[in-house]
Design a protein around this ligand. Structure first.
Ligand SMILES: O=P(O)(O)OC[C@H]1O[C@H](OP(=O)(O)OP(=O)(O)O)[C@H](O)[C@@H]1O
Ligand SMILES: O=c1cc[nH]c(=O)[nH]1
Ligand SMILES: [Mg+2]
Length: 207
């Protein structure tokens, strides 16, 4: 499985702001917005483009557009904080939604929402979720996508645990991961260490 760690200094800076326990919700959301732009930028580096001829005010030239705009799939709640920035970068993208809440005892995801196109054959999909911990939520999400024919899925995560990467790899699902960091491990509660805490709570408040 292909894993890209975006360790640009600006990405490290925004991730550090997100990690800091003193960071308030508004500042956390702003840092995640900025980091999402950087992760998206790298995730789409090799996206196929089509050309068309345009006129600048001076001359004719080639213009470049994404040949096959992806489906964006934020995983609620925490992935919502990445959705608008990703969509701004690719205005032609369609957006689907998956809602999952991890049971903090079993660490299994509990699905509560799913809004996806029926047929995803031939469409690249970018899944947006800041956290890849055990990998249970991401595996569930990708299965929803592959059940609809998706074969080209990229998981875009602010942070990943080695356990989550291994789980995705073992799943054999057609996914690659783009993240700003692979942290040390999960703790006994299934939280990423050093991590940043609960990405949903940090953005929107504890539930
Ligand atoms: O890899 P996993 O062990 O499945 O954990 C990762 C999941 O946990 C977080 O969501 P959470 O379930 O806390 O929901 P929230 O976004 O509403 O806070 C996170 O946004 C992922 O979806
Ligand atoms: O560290 C973690 C693990 C799962 N979900 C989070 O939001 N944070
Ligand atoms: Mg949460």
């Amino acid at each position: 499985m292909d894993v890209l760690v975006v360790d640009h200094p600006l990405a490290k800076d925004r991730l550090s702001t997100m990690r800091d326990a003193r960071t308030d919700s508004a500042t956390f959301r702003a840092a995640l917005h900025d980091l999402t732009v950087m992760l998206m930028y790298e995730a789409t580096r090799d996206a196929p483009v089509r050309t068309e001829r345009i006129h600048t005010p001076v001359a004719r030239t080639d213009a470049y557009r994404l040949a096959n705009p992806p489906l964006l799939v934020p995983v609620l709640r925490a992935g919502l904080g990445m959705a608008d920035q990703a969509h701004k970068l690719i205005p032609a993208a369609q957006m689907g939604f998956v809602g999952l809440a991890r049971d903090e005892q079993t660490l299994h995801p509990t699905p509560y929402m799913e809004s996806l196109p029926e047929d995803l054959a031939g469409r690249p999909v970018l899944v947006l979720d800041p956290m890849l911990a055990t990998g249970g939520s991401m595996v569930h999400t990708i299965r929803l996508l592959t059940d609809r024919g998706a074969t080209d899925v990229t998981a875009i995560c602010a942070l990943a645990a080695p356990e989550g990467i291994a789980r995705l790899e073992d799943s054999g699902l057609p996914v690659r991961v783009v993240t700003a960091s692979i942290d040390q491990r999960l703790n006994d509660s299934g939280f990423i260490v050093p991590g940043l805490g609960d990405a949903g709570d940090r953005q929107y408040g504890a539930i």
